[in-house]
Design a binder for this molecule. Structure first.
Ligand code: URA
Length: 236
């Protein structure tokens, strides 16, 4: 890979910063000064140092975003802000993408990575990774809905949902619930409530697999996953 991309990926600043750093003669590859950003290196074989310190290249990043409303789960869009627009250059440089989608008006836990295998492991319908949502719902959510969701409800296109677990947190004209589903059909939570004659007013994802949204993350902010969080997600 290009030397300037590697250094930018490793947090040595913007492309401009990296160019300056390289021109200063502080970057060595296998003991030789390298000043040209376009020089190719093999991160697995070549020894790269900056100011004499070894730079260990990591090919993948794994981020947990607390997605705000109004932002779309895509890498590019002509009209709207995307979740990738919320990332600093140091992370955007990895060219990551969202793991699955949350609707524009849905908040909460969204994973972002450039690791296709990781994404597949979590998104493949065959893996049945559970996802838990908190929702406010217009209408009285009842014990009967719990049973219906457990058995599967028929969506507007005739699809019958897999068993889902409904927890009623607050019952009333506006109810509060938590719903865990193991699949990810388009607008699934909203359509499941429509199937029982109710309307989701707000939706927030709390959990993917065993990974909970970090409560310390403000809306629109993110952090890297820890090694153990990545292992936990992949061990499912
Ligand atoms: N279900 C929905 O209806 N919307 C989402 O964003 C996620 C699940």
């Amino acid at each position: 890979m290009r030397m300037d991309k590697l250094l930018a990926n490793m947090g040595f600043g913007t492309r401009k910063d990296v160019k300056k750093l390289m021109k200063s003669g502080s970057v060595h590859v296998n003991g030789e000064v390298v000043k040209e950003g376009k020089t190719h290196v093999n991160p697995d074989e070549d020894l790269v140092t900056v100011f004499g310190e070894e730079v260990k290249y990591k090919p993948y990043i794994y981020l947990m975003l607390n997605k705000p409303q109004g932002v779309i789960s895509a890498t590019e869009d002509d009209e709207h802000e995307t979740v990738i627009d919320l990332l600093v250059y140091e992370h955007a440089m990895y060219e990551p993408f969202p793991v699955g989608r949350l609707d524009k008006d849905t908040e909460g836990l969204l994973l972002i990575t450039n690791d296709g295998q990781f994404s597949h492991a979590l998104m493949s319908p065959r893996k049945h990774v559970p996802k838990t949502y908190f929702a406010t719902v217009s209408g009285m959510v009842t014990e009967e809905d719990k049973v219906l969701f457990k058995e599967g409800v028929t969506l507007d296109d005739g699809y019958v949902t897999k068993p889902a677990e409904l927890l009623i947190k607050k019952q009333g004209a506006i109810s509060e619930i938590e719903l865990t589903i193991t699949e990810g059909k388009y607008h699934q939570v909203k359509r499941m409530f429509e199937a029982v004659g109710k309307k989701v007013l707000t939706l927030k994802r709390l959990k993917v697999g065993n990974l909970e949204l970090d409560q310390k993350l403000e809306l629109g902010t993110y952090r890297e996953l820890t090694e153990s969080e990545i292992d936990m997600l992949l061990s499912k």
